[in-house]
Design a protein around this ligand. Structure first.
Ligand code: GLU
Length: 267
């Protein structure tokens, strides 16, 4: 067992966590779902739920899975086409999650959100009440953006930001962003062998922001900029954020044990 990092000693006391998984974690490059990974993720989240934690899953993948389902090699760029694919893919995605979670005796609910939950007070309140009620009922909410009706004006556009808003709405105490990169690096690890992972970030300083936006440092497909946006939203609300690699979902157990995994954005 690795040493428990000082700043993470309290992670074992976390009660309500939001886990966000990106398209690259859930599917193969050809768009087909990585069922083994989804099965593992469902197992891990179910185990946490059985331990008594409140768990919310924010999932991407609707558009990618829709494209995979139709055998498209490339995602279309036109909005209406993407929205149609999201409608196809979201149904597939939730069906598969439901099947796996059922294996572990967990009930799930599909919640599709748009940005108006942060723009309109009443919608904000409704979304919060729904989430809190689902958690009270012992359900695992599975959330995505409602891509089929999201247009430029009302879209989050990325699920990193959405997951941070969800963590705030649900008064979570930890957000785990699972991506295809191990954490935030001091330089682009693909270009620079000296690049080191930064384990602890205590504030989004201009230096940290430069790591995400600097030329040639658009690590991973999700992009680091939206990860930092998510961390910033959580900072303000006193919610810890962990950025980590999603290829082995059981890493979440070790994160909650306080192991020094990924990058910790300290609330
Ligand atoms: N909501 C989009 C989808 O499910 C993904 C957004 C993102 O990847 O951040 O396809």
């Amino acid at each position: 067992m690795q040493h428990v990092e000082y700043m993470r000693r309290h992670f074992k006391n976390k009660k309500r966590i939001v886990v966000k998984v990106g398209t690259s974690t859930l599917s193969y490059p050809n768009g087909r779902l990585n069922l083994q990974r989804i099965a593992n993720l469902s197992y891990v989240l179910s185990a946490l739920r059985s331990r008594g934690l409140d768990v919310i899953l924010v999932t991407s993948g609707a558009i990618g899975v829709g494209a995979g389902r139709l055998g498209l090699l490339k995602k279309p760029t036109e909005l209406a086409a993407k929205q149609a694919l999201a409608a196809i893919g979201q149904a597939e995605l939730i069906k598969i999650y439901r099947k796996f979670f059922e294996e572990y005796n967990q009930n799930v609910a599909q919640v599709l959100l748009t940005k108006d939950i942060v723009m309109e007070e009443e919608r904000h309140r409704n979304a919060r009440n729904t989430l809190l009620n689902l958690l009270k009922m012992g359900i695992i909410p599975i959330i995505n953006e409602n891509d089929t009706i999201s247009t430029y004006e009302i879209e989050f556009g990325d699920n990193d930001t959405l997951s941070a808003v969800v963590a705030t709405l649900a008064q979570a105490d930890l957000l785990i962003l699972m991506s295809d990169i191990d954490g935030l690096y001091s330089a682009d690890p693909k270009q620079n062998p000296q690049a080191e992972i930064i384990r602890t970030v205590s504030g989004i300083t201009p230096e940290i922001e430069a790591l995400a936006t600097g030329a040639g440092t658009s690590f991973g497909t999700g992009g680091m900029v939206t990860k930092l946006t998510a961390a910033k939203i959580c900072f303000k609300e006193g919610i810890d954020t962990i950025l980590t690699n999603g290829n082995d979902p059981s890493i979440i157990f070790r994160i909650l044990d306080g192991e020094e995994i990924g990058t910790h954005f300290v609330a």
